[in-house]
Design a protein around this ligand. Structure first.
Ligand code: SF4
Length: 336
């Protein structure tokens, strides 16, 4: 098994400023020493409450944000071994700090589809120009070649020639998202972030978009990081699932394993909220006490300890590490 991306102790903070002179008074610790890998051609689902750092982690992985510390290894061909890397080697780049032309040349391999296509598509541009833009900006091709590639990708996502000369407002929500998908895929990327890509469309369109993502993954050998707060969607599309809480990944396992046997107390609570169709089912909803603490001032030790039903003395002092407690099942908790 090889990986397309691998991070080591990745950190992304945002400064909190106050007063007349905008003096820095702290940091929002959005992503705090996250070590994670995404396997070649898999869909890794990323879940957690809103504000836990999912989108920040995703945007830092593809260098839309510059990390404050840590390493990101990226290989468009997905040749990163499972054993952690220390330095760039064999064409595998450490991209946490690269800038300028080097970073621009990687952009074509890493793309993102946002939640709301109405805000992510320029309302004053024609579809043909919206979809061609990444090709032009990245100097891949232009003119007739770009137009041919636009048409080809539009047809792949279920649109066609008749849509080329229209503006985004002439389309339904689902069609707009297809345009956004076409724009993300036109550079033939290897790694695509799907950030809540179905949450702005209704249920029937949602199913067809999920099918489209799966189809495009097969056709184009894509690797996805799929962010969603909807666990049924995550279950339907993911090969593995990572659970985030307050800037940390607290559990990571294959989809079936994590749904059947969630080990971290936070995951257990999160998954207990999924409605069960069987009225005889004994599964009880676990209600967590309190609100998630502020990421500006997260609790010492295990960040989940003020809300955890199993918290012990050690949890208040020592931060648990993400370790493999069952085959391919990683958990950060002192219970294991
Ligand atoms: Fe709960 Fe302690 Fe595990 Fe944190 S480390 S989840 S507080 S038992």
């Amino acid at each position: 098994m090889t990986n397309i991306i691998y991070t080591k102790d990745l950190v992304k903070y945002f400064p909190v400023k106050s007063g007349l002179f905008g003096r820095k008074i702290g940091d929002v610790k959005a992503v705090d020493r996250v070590t994670i890998s995404v396997r070649k051609e898999e869909t890794l689902g990323l879940v957690g409450e809103s504000g836990c750092g999912k989108t920040t982690l995703a945007k830092t992985l593809i260098r839309l944000y510059k990390p404050d510390a840590g390493q990101i290894f990226f290989d468009p061909e997905g040749k990163i071994p499972d054993t952690p890397l220390i330095q760039s080697h064999d064409g595998i780049l450490e991209i946490a700090k690269i800038e300028g032309a080097k970073l621009r040349s990687l952009r074509r391999f890493m793309q993102i589809v946002y939640q709301n296509p109405t805000t992510s598509l320029n309302p004053r541009m024609l579809v043909k120009d919206i979809v061609a833009e990444p090709l032009i900006v990245q100097g891949i091709c232009k003119g007739a070649e770009a137009e041919a590639r636009v048409l080809e990708i539009l047809e792949k996502v279920g649109l066609g020639r008749e849509h080329l000369y229209r503006y985004p407002h002439e389309f339904s929500g689902g069609q707009k998202q297809r345009i956004a998908i076409a724009r993300a895929l036109i550079t033939n990327p290897s790694f695509v972030i799907l950030d809540e890509p179905t949450s702005s469309v209704d249920v029937s369109v949602r199913a067809s978009l999920l099918e489209l993502f799966k189809e495009m993954q097969k056709k184009m050998n894509l690797t996805y990081l799929f962010i969603s707060h909807d666990l049924s969607i995550i279950e339907a599309i993911s090969d593995r699932i990572a659970v985030m809480y307050l800037g940390k990944v607290v559990e990571l396992a294959e989809t079936k394993e994590i749904f059947n046997n969630p080990l971290h107390p936070y995951t257990q609570a999160l998954f207990s909220a999924i409605p069960v169709p069987d009225p005889e089912s004994k599964r009880k909803r676990i209600l967590l006490p309190g609100e998630p603490p502020s990421p500006v001032n997260p609790p010492i030790g295990c960040r989940f300890h003020p809300r955890c039903l199993y918290a012990m003395e050690i949890c208040k002092q020592v931060e648990p590490k993400l370790v493999e407690v069952r085959p391919k099942h990683l958990v950060a908790c002192h219970l294991y």
